[in-house]
Design a protein around this ligand. Structure first.
Ligand code: IPM
Ligand code: MG
Length: 360
């Protein structure tokens, strides 16, 4: 097949890990006779520095013209003054909204070789295999009014949690469809005991659940869910939730896997289009040192092959490569225990390329 991929390397370690993702996609292209054409565009802090805009129009246009987007990371201390008028994160939010990326898929899976990397007990984390499906273009991130409301009493500010039945319904359908390909269990997470938007969430979620009688369904309040994620994480299959709850719970769940350096994500629009990115940030402290773990980006590229391009076998090969390489003991610095030998960002990428070429 032939496909156009837009790269948004972004800030910090973003360019280094995206380069490894490209290397892996090219190796897959060669092995399975596909052609991937790459275009790079600016997003995040680097785009602010070069154009004053965290998501220049040309970058958005490049994303509209392609089949899938691979993003590194945006942000860093240089641009993080909360008083600044332009922030890298605005670029990311605009990208999500403009491209209609309403369903954010964040799988959390434990590699047998890494069970000891978590701060939790081995017996608790070795059962973990879940996917968080987070609504990404609505809720409190986008509801209006939003902003400063200073008045004669002093400073004040407002954000609004707003959901429509259409937004909730489509997110739940993506979640149920995914659950059908897995262990057929959905946990919908809300705060229905307090929030009106959560009561609507629950109402709509129940209606969609009735369309999927073969999938086991439960609702949990978000505070309880944050507790169960630590107490019995192995019980979760698909967690479906709103924008802010999903933001918080997915960081919590990522710690079950020990390192954020392993976790990929997909942000999907209606249809097949998607943006793929590692869940870790720009890690400015290690940027440019060649030590970042590229596996989350490489696994994001595998998700792209599987979801947007329907290339199951190709995605499987990448995932097997990662599992094998970890089992053989190769570690980037974030995964190593003190005293253990480490490989660099590019060496880790090369190991994956080699597996793709030779099957070991
Ligand atoms: C994430 C991040 C973003 C979010 C930030 C960088 C805007 O935390 O992708 O989870 O809150 O969605
Ligand atoms: Mg987050």
């Amino acid at each position: 097949m032939y496909a156009k991929i837009t790269l948004l390397p972004g800030d910090g370690i973003g360019p280094e890990v995206v380069a490894e993702g490209v290397k892996i996609l090219n190796a897959i292209g060669e092995k399975f006779s596909h052609e991937f054409e790459f275009t790079s565009a600016l997003a995040g802090g680097i785009a602010i520095d070069e154009t004053g805009n965290p998501l220049p129009d040309e970058s958005l246009e490049a994303c509209r013209q392609c089949d899938a987007v691979l993003l590194g990371a945006v942000g860093g201390p240089k641009w993080s003054d909360p008083k600044a008028n332009v922030r890298p994160e605005q670029g990311l939010l605009k990208l999500r909204k403009e491209l209609g990326l309403f369903a954010n898929i964040r799988p959390v899976k434990i590699y047998p070789a890494l069970v000891d990397a978590s701060t939790l007990k081995k017996e608790v984390v070795e059962q973990v295999d879940m996917v968080i499906v987070r609504e990404l273009t609505g809720g409190i991130y986008f509801g209006q009014p939003q902003g400063r409301r200073d008045n004669d009493q002093g400073r004040a500010a407002v954000d609004t949690m707003y959901y429509t039945e259409a937004e909730i319904g489509r997110l739940m359908r993506v979640s149920f469809d995914l659950a059908r390909q897995r262990r057929k269990k959905i946990t919908s997470v809300d705060k229905a005991n307090v929030l009106a938007s959560s009561r609507l969430w629950r109402e709509v979620a129940h209606e969609v659940a009735a369309e999927y009688p073969d999938v086991e369904y439960e609702d949990i309040l978000v505070d309880a869910c944050s507790m169960y994620l630590i107490r019995r994480p192995g019980d979760f299959d698909v967690i479906a939730t709103g924008n802010m709850f999903g933001d918080i719970l997915s960081d919590e769940a990522s710690m079950l896997a020990g390192s954020m350096g392993m976790l990929p994500s997909a942000s999907l629009a209606e249809g097949k289009f998607g943006l793929y990115e590692p869940i870790h940030g720009s890690a400015p402290d290690i940027a440019g040192l060649g030590v970042a773990n590229p596996l989350a980006t490489i696994l994001s590229a595998a998700m792209m092959l599987r979801i947007t391009f329907g290339l199951t076998q190709e995605a499987d090969v990448i995932e097997q490569a990662v599992e094998t390489i970890l089992a053989e003991g190769y570690r980037t610095a974030d995964l190593a225990i003190p005293g253990q030998d480490t490989v660099s960002t590019t060496q880790m990428g090369d190991l994956v390329v080699n597996f793709i070429k030779t099957g070991n």
